[in-house]
Design a protein around this ligand. Structure first.
Ligand SMILES: Nc1ncnc2c1ncn2[C@@H]1O[C@H](COP(=O)(O)OP(=O)(O)OP(=O)(O)O)[C@@H](O)[C@H]1O
Length: 339
């Protein structure tokens, strides 16, 4: 669909930049002042995944599966309840606690709603200069040329620097959000639904810019989206999250052409396609487990056409495919039911 290929093609790089090990995030819980228990939501339930330097890892899943929780943890806006996250060998949470600015120089975030993420009372120049001052301590003359470079990098004229966010279209505003994320020269950018709010034609432009920037600045992307066609077009690898857990992860080509988890099948069947209405997930979404009362066994069992007694009793581990050790699925019946 899109001509862009943010990170597609792989560069044969295999240096681990980010390592997430058994990350859990529980919201709520504990007790009220009067001692009654508060409900708890297990937003991430033991997520383990690595991101290689230079790759684009796509993360897909329905609303509520934990995508944004993971993204917020990676940029230091939240902390996991337990588990370990290392960035380039350093403890990411310790880094976030000790010096948020160091973390912000390495990992940046691009928000879904471009206009809402830009301060309406500041000019674009002030918006782009803020990270240069706060993260890099850059002086005025250096800032002047850097903001012009940043505008050029996202194909916007430097004349726009004195304008305010409301004077831009959604696509232009997202390009400004991307320029701001680039300002401190990060290595990893977490793109949280970066084109979901844009028209399809504008999406392609923004994806092309992201692809170009990735090549030019050796960036690594974590690309979060519920739009499978976008994720397929941009990702080297794809992780499918379901109810706070990884259901499947592997090279994009394998996950999309030969999905092993029935949830990935369901997502693919439900994706909008010419002549087909997206209904399956919309219908099935009403069957998502109650986050306050998770089911036993595999969290997907109530929706799963392959379920067996085993699925009702035990959670399947994430295991590699016998024919591709980079393609993992957490399913007791990844090849369908044999009995
Ligand atoms: N601050 C919070 N307090 C309580 N529950 C939360 C909080 N943040 C997220 N959750 C819950 O954690 C789960 C995962 O939410 P999250 O926003 O990470 O999902 P998501 O996949 O990003 O969804 P969406 O695509 O709708 O943003 C959901 O059940 C959500 O209600």
């Amino acid at each position: 669909m899109h001509s862009s290929a943010v990170g597609k093609g792989g560069r044969g790089v295999s240096e681990t930049l980010l390592k997430i090990d058994a990350a859990e995030r529980i919201f709520g819980g504990g007790k009220t002042l009067f001692g009654s228990p508060l409900p708890a939501v297990h937003a991430l339930r033991g997520v383990s995944i690595e991101v290689q330097r230079g790759e684009t890892l796509g993360i897909v899943g329905e609303s509520g599966c934990g995508k944004s929780t993971l993204a917020r943890i990676l940029v230091g806006l939240d902390q996991p309840t337990c588990g370990a996250i290392t960035y380039d060998g350093e403890d990411l949470c310790a880094l976030a606690r000790a010096d948020g600015r160091q973390l912000a120089r390495k990992i940046q975030y691009v928000f879904q709603d471009p206009l809402a993420s830009l301060n309406p009372r500041k000019t674009i120049r002030a918006i782009l200069e803020a990270p240069l001052v706060h993260l890099l301590g850059m002086d005025k003359p250096a800032r002047q040329s850097r903001v012009e470079e940043l505008m050029q990098a996202v194909n916007l004229a430097p004349e726009f620097l004195e304008r305010y966010p409301h004077e831009f279209s959604g696509g232009q505003a997202q390009r400004i959000g991307i320029a701001r994320a680039l300002a401190a020269d990060p290595e990893l950018i977490v793109l949280d639904e970066p084109v979901s709010a844009l028209d399809v034609s504008v999406q392609a432009q923004v994806l092309n810019i992201l692809d170009d920037l990735k090549q030019r600045f050796n960036l690594t992307y974590l690309f979060i989206s519920h739009d499978l066609s976008v994720v397929e077009s941009v990702s080297d690898r794809v992780a499918v999250l379901y109810f706070g857990k990884l259901a499947e992860v592997g090279p994009a080509r394998s996950v999309f052409s030969a999905p092993r988890h029935p949830y990935t099948h369901l997502l693919l069947q439900s994706a909008p396609a010419p002549g087909r209405k997206p209904t399956a997930v919309e219908n099935a979404e009403t069957e998502l487990p109650d986050p306050y009362n998770p089911p036993p066994g595999c969290a997907f069992h109530a929706r799963c056409p392959r379920r067996s007694n085993l699925c009702l009793q035990s959670e399947p581990p994430l295991e590699p495919s016998p024919i591709d050790d980079r393609h993992f699925a957490a399913c007791h019946h990844p090849h369908g039911r044999t009995s």
